[in-house]
Design a protein. Sequence first.
Length: 248
Amino acid sequence: MPSDTPQPAFVLVRPQMGENIGAAARAMWNFGLDRMRIVAPRDGWPNPKAVAMASGAGRLLDEARLAGDLASALEDCDFVFATTARPRELTKPVYSPEAAMKLAAEKIAAGQKVAVMFGPERAGLENEDIARANAIISVPVNPEFASLNLGQCVLLTAYEWRRQMAEVAPVVTDLGKSDWASYADVDALVNHYEDRLDEAGFFFPPDKAPSMKTVFRNMFSRMPLTRADVQMLHGVMRQMVRWKEKRD
């Protein structure tokens, strides 16, 4: 059975190729969606090509709700989005995928059932289909090449749904087995370098030494160093000193 997770239903309207239905299922499951509805698939149902393309998301196809027409596919829904890249003559609010999934999340949280319609590969949804929708989702694609593959459109919409459901950090740093260096770690490193560079006569002439040390310390404080980085830099300086002492 589909999961109990509140979510929109994705309705594939008259899809033409089994491979694209499978790709849509895979895209949905990538982002935790498993409520698929299929309206009048051209090549019949079930479709072995859809199963092959779905890979590990075949369960969605087994549980997909098959409908003979769009009206029966949407009969239990309170709010319906239609995806289209082409300008239409119908007066409806048009949302970006992000804004649409934000609204969908709000409506579902309020207990409503939401569906998103995706049209057939050849030409997308017809005006008769879109007339059944409450709002349109329009992807800001290149106007000279606005056609999106069914699987791509499903993937993009599913990703925006996932962003509404989970806190997605824009940047994550993988620290491996280390951790960020503390202030004390960096301070000890800078003192180590300053002491050795002082011995080497680097901070010269004497009247400029204080400002040079300030710039040097500021350089290290700007760096996002890990403890592993700090240990390595200590080792670099120790090895350089040993090498010089051997040469002397």
